[in-house]
Design a protein around this ligand. Sequence first.
Ligand code: KIV
Length: 296
Amino acid sequence: MSATPRTPVPTDLDRPLPMSLPRLAEKKRLGEPIVMITAYDYPSAQVAEEAGVDMVLVGDSGAMTVLGYPSTVPVSLDEMIMLARATRRGLTTPLLVCDLPFGSYETSDEHAVSTAQRFVKEAGADAVKLERGGTSVQRARAIVQAGIPVVGHLGLTPQTATALGGYRAQGRTAEAALAVARDALALQEAGCFALVLEAIPAAVTAELMVRLEIPVIGIGAGDATDGQVLVFHDLLGIYDGHVARFAKRYADVRAHMIAGVAEYAAEVRHRNFPAPEHFYSIDEDELRRFRDALVS
Ligand code: KIV
């Protein structure tokens, strides 16, 4: 038996090719905008797949949008892995990036690498994302050296929002903007293949873009970035909590869901549901035999 793996012959040639790191770099080079969205489960992943996005992020925003925590901080590694596994099952084309949750990577390189390896082995992640500069630069380097692609995340980093003074825009003084610039260059030098910039002034982003060679994905960072990311539940209007000013709402799915469930409740209460078209039938003879057996 040959040890060489066989490349499967493609059966559907119209199907888009799976997204890869070189293809993302090529998109940046060609100036083609990169589309990223979060997803946390099988149906949201299928929606992202069918809509043709380039990258899907299993964000720790799922702590709030699907698990109901008050912030991203409490979500555990096991909970994130469960969300990532469900998301993976709904995806074939976009690049799957998974957030390392708070407390799962900060203390040592070994901890960071073993957390990242869990996402790859157990959830089929293509890459992981971690927040902040500072010590996270070395953690990113260690994960990249272990062979796992890493996305950095700077600006408003929700895992450390308390230390940043709350959920507010960052980099609004020259010093603060310089700190973002230094961290961005350090993460690039550490081997991150992409960077997310969240809630920083558009003019600061524009200055950074001239200096960064890796694809930069923005969320509330203006329009100079190579791509944009939005939280699935914000974009579709599913989440009822606070929505940041940068989150454009493209649909009001929550209102449709409430209307649907309310109509179902009303029909059950008025005995309008179920109707005959929802019933199963039984052969008359079988029914008679059944009734006879019941009385005998
Ligand atoms: O957790 C998340 O959804 C994120 C995006 C906002 C980039 O990190």
